[in-house]
Write a protein that binds this ligand. Structure first.
Ligand code: PEP
Length: 249
């Protein structure tokens, strides 16, 4: 059995004060949600406030990106040790918005994933096709290539520690959710790649989350797919009641 992971990506929203207000409302709503792991990924500037706000609960906090180097002349980057120092335990890597707007490539995704693992953080590694790639029948090829270049080079012991998020770019922030069947089909492709690279046991164990316009009213149908091991939620994770109802699908 793979324990579901219900993760929120706040993108570039909320200040530390708003973070504290969110958790004030969110905490009691998920106090009994032991069926899943909950991870919230706010902007870097909110990490410390978020960690303080979830102290004593099972909620975990993650960053939205991580530098591949430990320290150095990398203006604007935040390193693994800096993230760890806040008390965060996870980090998103390779989100499609990073790939689309900030030049993230499969090669840098791999380096950032390795850095996260080196510093003891759990990376949530994102893959997913763009609309034109889906429409031209290249979904499987694109996700496979992203897996082969960004994930397959990891050592087996590293792979055992990552989470993968399948996030079709056309479904992110657009209100268009992949149907549960479409999502599960791609999850099977990713798991098949994992089997080829790391063997059956590792592939059966890895948790693959779905992300893309997950809302309180579609979370249950997505989570009913045995292939979907959780969700990565953007917009709908900003509202404490809404995200709690997704968590408690
Ligand atoms: C995301 O930011 O990872 C995401 C899936 O966004 P949204 O839920 O808003 O589509």
């Amino acid at each position: 059995m793979r324990k579901p992971v219900m993760a929120g990506n706040w993108k570039m929203y909320k200040t530390p004060a708003e973070t504290a207000q969110f958790f004030e409302k969110f905490r009691p709503l998920v106090a009994n949600s032991s069926h899943c792991e909950i991870v919230i990924c706010p902007p870097f500037t909110d990490l410390a406030a978020a960690v303080a706000a979830v102290k004593g609960t099972a909620i975990r906090i993650g960053a939205q990106n991580i530098a591949w180097a430990k320290e150095g002349a990398f203006t604007g980057e935040i390193s693994g040790p800096m993230i760890v120092d806040t008390g965060a335990t996870h980090t998103i890597v390779g989100h499609s918005e990073r790939r689309q707007y900030f030049g993230e490539t499969d090669e840098t995704v791999l380096k950032r994933t390795q850095a996260a693992l080196d510093f003891g953080l759990t990376p949530i590694v994102c893959v997913g096709e763009r609309l034109e790639e889906r429409e031209s029948g290249r979904t499987e090829a694109v996700c496979t290539a992203q897996f082969l270049r960004g994930i397959a080079p990891l050592a087996a012991a590293q792979f055992a520690k990552i989470l993968i998020a399948y996030e079709p770019v056309w479904a992110i922030g657009t209100g268009k959710t992949a149907t549960p069947d479409i999502a599960a089909d791609v999850h099977r492709v990713i798991r098949a790649q994992a089997r080829e690279a790391f063997g059956k046991e590792a592939a059966d164990a890895v948790r693959i989350l779905y992300g893309g316009s997950v809302k309180p009213d579609n979370a249950r149908a997505l989570m009913a797919q045995p292939e979907i091991d959780g969700v990565l939620v953007g917009g709908a994770s900003l509202d404490p009641a809404g995200f709690a109802s997704i968590v408690n699908f």
